[in-house]
Structures are given as C-alpha cells and as structure tokens.
Design a protein around this ligand. Structure first.
Ligand code: MN
Length: 206
C-alpha cells in the first residue's frame, strides 16, 4: 500500500476561465503526482507507509526534508482540489460565517488578508485560513510545501481549512507574473461549502 494521487472531483477544464485546463492538468498529473511518488519513496525509507499523513506532518521535524516537502505537497494539494468547485458557494454561512465576522469583521476583510498573505509570501508557498488549537481562526502564509499542521511551523500552528497555492506552477501559464490576478480569480472557484465542512470536522476533533 502507498499514498496515491486523488482524482479531481471535476474535469480539468471545469474551473475555466478562472483556472485554465492546461494548468490544472499539469498541476494535478505532474506536480501533485511527483509529490506522491517522492513521498512514497521517502515513506518507504522511513518506514511509515500508510500512517495518517496528518499525524506525520504534526511530527514532521522527526522525518527530515523529503517527508516535509513531499508530505506537505501531497496534503496541501489534496486539500486544494477539495475546496475548489465549478459550482462554488460564494460565501460562508452558519458557524464559520459567525467566526469570520467575529475575528475579521466580515468576509471582505478575510479575503483581503488572505490575498495579502499570498502576495507577500516571497517565492513559493501557500496562504491559509486555519483553525488554531484554541479553536479560533487565523490567516497565515507558509513557504514551500509547509502548512500549519507542521511542528516546524512554530508561529501559526493548527488545522488548515482553506489554502491557496502561490507557487508559480499554480498560475504562470495563464497569469504569468500577475499573482494578484490569480488570487482574485481564486474566489470565483473557492467553494465555501467545502470550507464549512472542513471547519466542522476540525471543531469536532479539537
Ligand atoms: Mn502546486
């Protein structure tokens, strides 16, 4: 047994015109596949195949850079595909909406902070909305394939519930150097139903 590339829950061209077919195809079949393949190689060497990836990442300082980079890559991309949809719900409701209002004063401010986090992440990385271990939510950015689960990430630990990939491979074919335009387009395909579901899952295990 080993880690496997999850199928996308929609077609490669389903997120057009916001995310183009060629980028989605390469991103999923080559970039994500490479993280899966390299994670399996590293997991075999470390002897933890099929352990919970979440548990591995929470203790990633024990495992070294190959697991950190490729385990993070597999986890982050799996989350990213899940929260995108061609039929995206454009605003959160219920408990998550209440928490966003309480912490950020409203959805517009949250979106602005995530965009700013993505724009100011120098080089490759991710911008996140995450649930801290005390149950409140926050925005952060991490380098490379790191994420808030990792014990190496000491300033913003918790469970990611929304992530946006700001590696150039996520947007360069369509948006070239215009990361801001890509980050604006992200909101058109982000499905708040999926983020609400992740938020509920996290609250249930805190
Ligand atoms: Mn990526």
């Amino acid at each position: 047994m080993s880690y496997t590339l999850p199928e996308l829950p929609y077609a490669y061209d389903a997120l057009e015109p916001h995310f183009d077919k060629e980028t989605m195809t390469i991103h999923h079949t080559r970039h994500h596949q490479a993280y899966v393949d390299n994670l399996n190689k590293a997991a075999g060497e470390k002897g933890f195949e099929e352990d919970s990836l979440e548990g591995v990442l929470k203790a990633v300082s024990k495992y070294g850079p190959a697991v950190r980079n490729n385990g993070g890559g597999h986890y982050n991309h799996s989350l990213f595909w899940e929260i995108l949809s061609p039929n995206a719900k454009t605003a959160p409701e219920g408990k998550l909406a209440e928490e966003i209002n309480a912490v950020f004063g409203g959805l517009d401010e949250l979106k602005s902070q995530i965009k700013q986090a993505g724009l100011t992440q120098f080089g490759s990385g991710w911008a996140w909305l995450y649930v801290k271990y005390n149950g409140t939510i926050g925005v952060t950015a991490t380098a490379n394939q790191d994420n808030p689960l990792m014990d190496t990430n000491i300033t913003s630990q918790g469970y990611p519930i929304l992530g946006v990939d700001v590696w150039e491979h996520a947007y360069y074919l369509k948006y070239q150097n215009k990361r801001a335009d890509y980050l604006d387009a992200f909101w058109s395909v982000l499905d708040w139903n999926a983020v609400e579901a992740k938020y509920a899952e996290v609250l249930a295990k805190l």
